[in-house]
Design a protein around this ligand. Sequence first.
Ligand code: TXE
Length: 493
Amino acid sequence: MNKQQLLINGAFVDPCTNAWYESFNPFTGKPWTLIPRAGKDDVDRAVAAAKSAFTYGSDWRKLTATARGALLRKLGDLISQNAARLAEIETTDNGKLFAEMRGQLTYIPQWFHYFGGLADKIEGRAIPIDKPGVLNYTREEPLGVVAAITAWNSPLMLATWKLAPALAAGNTVVWKPSEYSSASALAFGELFEQAGFPPGVVNIVTGFGNEVGEPLVTHPDVAKIAFTGGDKTGEHIYELAAKGIKRVTLELGGKSANIVFDDADMDEAVKGVVSGIFAATGQTCIAGSRALIQRKIHDEFVEKLLALAKNARMGDPLELTTQLGPVATRPQYDKILDYIRIAKQEGAACVLGGAAATRPECGSGWFVEPTVFTGVDPKMRIATEEVFGPVLSIIPFDEEEDAIRIANSTVFGLAAGVWTTSIRRAIMMPERLEAGTVWVNTYRAHSYMSPFGGYKRSGIGRESGIEAIREYLQTKSVWIDIAGNAQNPFVMR
Ligand code: TXE
């Protein structure tokens, strides 16, 4: 098997540990490549390279913001040229549909173009200060070395959401991809040199959370951590970051409600709810894992939903006709099956699926049948905890206020969907829902231009959009005396 290497200071190198681990193809359940199992010494090397690349007077710091932007746009073009190849690596590594990964890869360049364009529009302010004889202005400056730590479900897209604004703002980066999906990160790493980034501006260290992630988070020369992953890990990273007074952005998943009112276009809503939970095999942070259905239309809605969901084509994720691929990792597969057992024990009615998929087209892969529970109580674990799989909980409601109360009753607040033809509801519901993104009569729409992030336990900070670049900047206030008056040294000016 091919032994991959780390990207440190512009060169691909073996890990100091001299250790590798097998990465598995979820469709075959078999290992297909060897990923470096890096350790603390590798983290130290990578952070040192990133720190040196950030040092005042370095090739990176000497670039004008316009030149920095041009590099980012060049990188975007290179990603476009390599989109299909990178998407195939992602599908082989995490089992998500090639159609979905290729769609992401052809869209990812937009982030580099957008933030490349933003790089030279980061402006300070001249403040008409209240003191005579003084000029006061602000500078927006990069933070330094940013640690990007990402999850396996959309490996390059999650990293792009961090790298594009971090680099546009002038920072340098050490990126630790998920141990389950590092191959595409390392292939992506080759493009930085081709685009002309100076060595050390982007470094990639692969391996496990405790062996690589933790030394990275706690490294004294890391200024900020940008993380996507589970909420428990996010909480732990936040605690570690607090000790070093480091900045964080955390994107931690959710338990999003997809709310269907009785005035909705039923067929569109059915498609929206199906795409919310079964697209990407439910392995997205924005999965609409709770469908809140107004009681009057509940039975008809469920019937239509089951008709659509049960015909989802499962199989090889590389085939363009496949609609539901395998689960990305063995622990994730076990976790989903556990939650299905828990939901049954709690008394939810399983009306579709509810087991591992054993269809012949699923081979020896980690497949779970698309699963739907009805009669779910909002307090059940299946309705409050993130499953991260193709498991939908249907919860009936009577009045608008019930829908709002139930939707807001989880600790998460990443996203929500609303299906209605009422203009009043379309405007009022987004105001009342505690979520960072609300979709009305659509679901899973996203863009490099629109801020994305969580309320409550779904996270801190925003990715994408103009807001995102502020997460990678700090403001300096500069005071210049222009009066030349002697100052009384014993009083504040
Ligand atoms: O995530 P982890 P996992 C949810 C989903 C899933 C659960 C666990 O519910 O079932 O999280 O998934 C690194 N210090 N989401 O185990 O562990 C780790 O190596 C520093 C939601 O894959 O949070 C990886 O690179 N880093 C989600 C990254 O953190 C550490 C996406 C995420 O891993 C670390 C994926 C440590 N101590 C899963 N421990 C979303 N928000 O979209 C781990 N890591």
